[in-house]
Ligand binder design. Sequence first.
Ligand code: CP
Length: 307
Amino acid sequence: MRHLIDILDFSVEELQELIDTANDIIAFPEKYSERCHGKKLATLFFEPSTRTRLSFEAAMYELGGQVLGFSEAQSSSAAKGESVADTAKVISCYADIIAMRHPKEGAPLVAAMNASIPVINAGDGGHNHPTQTLADLLTIYREKGGFEHLTVGFCGDLKFGRTVHSLIEALSRYEGIKVVLISPEELKLPSYIKKDVLREKNIPYLQTTDLEAVMPELDILYMTRVQRERFFNEEDYLRLKDSYILTPDKLQNAKPDLSILHPLPRVNEISVAIDQDPRACYFKQVLYGKYMRMALILKLLKEAGRL
Ligand code: CP
């Protein structure tokens, strides 16, 4: 049974296959409108979400399938103490595929080990968010035409930002990638990712606190929110939350073809004035997420013999 728990579960060729399918869906949506007729997606969200849950649901509806699920732990039997393993076994009796978000790192992996249907990690704690990476990859592909020889700046909460961790893993497999890590000292990228991904794959990287100093180098600027829900201490969050606020003046020295991405939700870290800048890609990124999730559902259902 194939699942998507970590973006490295898919080869570079498989990611390209998903991108090609998503591009085909964008060009010919009617071809896909009944592909999942009679199939059900279960969205098991133990943590809040707008984009991921609703884009999964929209994706399944646009494939002609149906959706069931819950959007908070309190409305499921998790509130009565049911384990993730038992939940996965139960939902396997009702649905064809599961998308799960959970505050605990590793929970979707536990679900995958116990389910008899494909499980998709829709975000696990501060760990990974592979389907956001699919959205990010399609955005970069459509903006830049590929992934090679790009300098990618990640800015904000690189410690708890699971979207950052997954995208760095994904990009590390392409030729000529350079990474610039821009964060306060307390929110630096975890050491295990620097060691196991960046150094292991000989990816040149720079760590800095100064966004404006590195701006002229960047092809992609990936802004992130400081993740309030992962802090143990509200005072630390309040001190760090506005470390970086992207305003039009900060883009003065940026490349004219810079692409600005953000997984959203945004709080304060990108001024709404940037939304009008043609380099702002974050709302396109939201839309592309739906198409990549459609491509992913098709792939996993096919591989499971359910299509
Ligand atoms: N990008 C993202 O995961 O957004 P949601 O938390 O709204 O799903």
